[in-house]
Write a protein that binds this ligand. Structure first.
Ligand SMILES: *[C@@H]1O[C@H](CO)[C@@H](O)[C@H](O)[C@H]1NC(C)=O
Ligand SMILES: *[C@@H]1O[C@H](CO)[C@@H](O)[C@H](O)[C@H]1NC(C)=O
Length: 494
């Protein structure tokens, strides 16, 4: 995300500490990780394309929504007149400065649910850590109620958040219909204190995927310092698998995460669901005019269809894969002088990109209203991340603007987003593979990229809109409250 003050967005799902005295040696870990990742690929190769495309080709789904194996977003879920009272535990809420991906996700989802008339109570902290002491403790916007419960460092005081939750739960003899937590904002050991223990959790990143990304980082940076935390990875995974079952229902943001939770974490199939993230489809729209204006403003020459503009955005830091793109683009710019790279965002790698000279424009952080113009200025959007963090919102935003994407071939991406080459290009996270991929982007040229971009737009509108995400969560919570709503289709669905 090309935003100012954008801090780390991966959400380690495990907060509890693990004894570090376990006798795992570094080489053991690497070996285990290699075995684990190769089996991961074998394991997923058979699923790669099936979950998404099958729903397009097979007869429409009929049955109990809890048996779905593809995203709920894909279904056409009708409006619901019954109203819910929901409790949400959430790591942080956007305030003031430009928010990061997780905060925008939470804001989009819960604002949308409240606008449908559901009473939504969010227990969280302000994303603006700089002056959390001046932030009021509570505010509401219609049916959306926000409670800030920070400790002195500005992070969620889980005890205080839970006290407020219990207070609201008792009000007017009208307890919450359902409790939802974003990752471990409501820790697993507190679940038993929730009436009926009925809690659903949305996982934005699981340790299994984090190990996968650590392995890639280790391989890519192997000549530099090996990272010390590798040795703690396996014990943390084991710990996570043990405590995940404290939560009753699990929502994943990719098909591949669902497979892991069912097959490796061994959670009951019917309790694991996929609801993918969505973005506001009215903010990110296809607009060649705004793209042309953006190009002109930043001095990209009008090459009469021969110029290819690539773009990257987000925090310009190492583990977002910028060293990889820097190396690869330096090679591409030598062989293809008509290729440009627009770099949006801030961070140490901004200066390095600027060293690449004429073919690179380092734009700094963009305001949210500039983002759509930025995506529209591109022929292709590149996401070089070394973290397989499920569904990065930037990829989805670019697709909504009708742009194809270049992304690493992590299971979460190839299984849910870039499900086939109609939507772009995937690469293994190493320089050779990325150079080969960028080379085929250039060889395909702007007219092929435009066709792929149109396909992306259609796919994004069928899967990744804020409206579909809100409908999916709404139906999920209704189904949890009353299993009459678990049936599909109902007369309200179309
Ligand atoms: C968290 O909240 C509880 C209860 O309101 C309070 O007693 C405790 O001191 C707080 N902890 C921190 C670290 O702020
Ligand atoms: C642009 O390309 C078109 C077709 O490829 C060609 O007819 C036209 O002369 C070109 N214009 C310029 C200014 O190069």
């Amino acid at each position: 995300m090309a935003f100012k003050n954008h801090s780390s967005r991966i959400v380690p799902s495990s907060s509890s500490s693990v004894s570090t005295s376990l006798p795992f040696r570094f080489t053991t870990i690497i070996t285990l990780a290699l075995i684990f990742c190769s089996s991961y690929y074998i394991f997923f190769s058979q699923f790669d394309y099936s979950p998404v495309t099958s729903s397009l080709e097979n007869p429409p789904f009929v049955g109990d929504l809890r048996d779905l194996t593809f995203p709920w977003n894909k279904l056409s879920l009708g409006p619901i007149s019954e109203k819910l009272k929901l409790a949400v535990f959430c790591k942080s809420w956007p305030v003031g400065s430009i928010p990061g991906g997780m905060e925008r996700h939470a804001y989009t989802l819960y604002t949308s649910l409240a606008s449908r008339g559901h009473e939504v109570h969010v227990f969280t902290v302000s994303s603006d850590k700089s002056n959390h002491e001046n932030i009021q403790e509570y505010y509401n916007k219609g049916d959306l109620h926000i409670y800030f419960a920070p400790n002195k460092n500005g992070v969620l005081n889980q005890t205080q958040a839970f006290e407020i939750f219990q207070r609201i739960n008792g009000v007017d003899d009208h307890p919450f219909d359902y409790v939802h937590t974003e990752s471990v904002s409501l820790p697993h050991w507190r679940i038993k204190m929730v009436p009926k223990g009925d809690v659903a959790v949305t996982w934005h990143g699981i340790w299994y995927e984090i190990i996968h990304s650590k392995l890639f980082q280790e391989l890519y940076y192997s000549n530099e310092h090996p990272s010390s935390d590798l040795e703690q990875m396996m014990p943390r995974l084991v710990n996570e698998i043990r405590f995940f079952s404290s939560y009753k229902h699990h929502i994943c943001i990719s098909n591949s995460a669902r497979e892991v939770l069912v097959n490796i974490y061994q959670l009951p199939k019917r309790n694991v669901h996929v609801i993918v993230n969505g973005v506001d489809q009215n903010k990110f729209v296809y607009s060649p005019e705004s793209g042309a204006r953006f190009r002109a403003k930043h001095g990209v020459p009008d090459g009469n269809g021969t110029v290819i503009v690539m773009g990257v955005s987000g925090r310009l830091v190492r583990d977002k894969g910028h060293p990889l793109l820097y190396e690869a683009f330096a090679l591409i710019a030598k062989t293809h002088p008509q290729v440009y790279l627009l770099v949006a965002g801030s961070g140490p790698w901004g200066r390095r990109y600027a060293e690449l000279g004429e073919n690179v424009r380092v734009l700094g952080s963009l305001e949210p209203e500039e983002l759509s113009g930025f995506y529209n200025a591109l022929d292709v959007f590149v996401n070089p991340t070394l973290r397989p963090q499920g569904l990065d919102l930037t990829i989805i935003e670019a697709m909504h603007c009708g742009k194809p994407v270049v992304a690493p071939n992590y299971p979460s991406i190839v299984g849910t987003v870039v499900v086939d080459e109609r939507f772009g290009y995937t690469f293994s996270p190493n320089v050779r593979s990325l150079v080969e991929t960028l080379d085929s982007v250039v060889r395909d040229g702007s007219s092929v990229l435009e066709i792929k971009g149109k396909a992306c737009k259609g796919y994004a509108l069928s899967m990744f809109t804020a409206t579909q995400m809100a409908s999916a969560y709404e139906r999920f919570f209704m189904c949890m409250k009353n299993d009459r709503y678990c049936k599909y289709p109902l007369p309200i669905d179309n």
